[in-house]
Design a protein around this ligand. Sequence first.
Ligand SMILES: Cc1cc2nc3c(=O)[nH]c(=O)nc-3n(C[C@H](O)[C@H](O)[C@H](O)COP(=O)(O)OP(=O)(O)OC[C@H]3O[C@@H](n4cnc5c(N)ncnc54)[C@H](O)[C@@H]3O)c2cc1C
Length: 398
Amino acid sequence: MTFDHFPPSRAAGLDRLKAFVPHAGGDYASGRNYDISAVDSVCVSGLSPYVRHRLLRETEVLQAVLNRFSPSTAQKFIQEVLWRTYWKGWLELRPSIWGDYTYALDDQWNALQTQSGLRHNWEAACLGQTGIDCFDHWANQLIDTGYMHNHARMWFASIWVFTLELPWELGADFFLRHLLDGDPASNTLSWRWVAGAQTVGKTYLARPDNIAKYTGGRFRPQGLATYARPVEAPEKPPVTPLIPSDWIDKSLKTGMLITDEDMHPNFVLSGLPKGCASLMLDTSAARSPLMVCDRVTQFTSLSLNDANERLTGGASSTVHTAQQIVDWARKEGLEQVATAWAPVGPTATQLSKAKTLLADQGIRLVQIRSDFDSLAWPYATAGFFKFKDKIPMILNSL
Ligand SMILES: Cc1cc2nc3c(=O)[nH]c(=O)nc-3n(C[C@H](O)[C@H](O)[C@H](O)COP(=O)(O)OP(=O)(O)OC[C@H]3O[C@@H](n4cnc5c(N)ncnc54)[C@H](O)[C@@H]3O)c2cc1C
């Protein structure tokens, strides 16, 4: 498999950032909604596979853009990067939403086994064989490249829910199986937003004129839903306070865990002795109960190898489960395992299990959150517009 558009390394992410920075001002603001030349468009950055795995940190991306433009000239781009931060914080403050999604997905998967009509429509959507030309194009593009433009994601999700009348959870799962940037927070919460479960009474309806305008006339689909009734959703859970970040006890024999959630954990490394034992955790195959496509698992695995090479000179091996972390820590005679904070999702689930299992063996698992996340996430208590007020303060902290 080749990764022509998104080579799996930090160096490739930095190259892409460097090439994009000159376009992060006016070009981005005026062109970002157009899905015209697809993956290689310079109007959007295509940085998401790198940012999602933190091969590049948001702080680096913001800093690079602010070195070239004023905050007001690059306002639109800065806001979009901070949408990601906002979604991450929002889910971190309400982790049960991820559990609700995975339970609902299991129910939908069971329904697919017994309802042949639903299964037929779901298969057609996933194979890009619905007969709606733009939708089929985007499905195939996603399968072929691992990427979809933001506006196309909005149209696609809207058509999935309101025209094809498929459950949003199955659409979110289709994305997580194929997107190189598939992310528990940005994906789940964006699908909820389109379907009307995120902001009370607000849905997103894909309109043929809007699609025609922003695809440069490539598509003008017929027969789309003309009304978007919000899906039924339970009350949002109350905000739970952020769990405090851990600290490294320098008197203990410590090993480092590099995960698929953070492949540039410089702030953890700085607290560790040089040459300490290290291990990689890859949970990309657990992003879906179905088979996650090879492109996604290989991108993640090769990116982890890149991180391993940079951080340890290639000394670590890869595991996938909590028990394997415990086996490694015991074999290395560790008293402490240090890792970057993993936000809500499959990696955090394994780390939570590992913490309990390690504690049974008298070994500490310490999860260090970056200053940027600790500062920004607690502000994601309500809608984005409230969070937006904090952007100048967040930028000042860089
Ligand atoms: C239904 C749906 C599902 C989505 N699923 C994901 C997902 O799984 N993972 C993911 O990273 N993004 C997701 N997004 C958000 C957005 O579509 C992508 O982040 C963006 O398209 C990535 O392309 P880019 O890097 O070229 O973006 P650019 O426009 O160049 O933006 C720069 C960076 O800002 C962040 N960003 C931009 N727009 C958004 C946004 N609306 N929400 C959150 N972050 C944003 C990304 O990290 C992106 O790399 C989803 C959006 C929708 C509508």
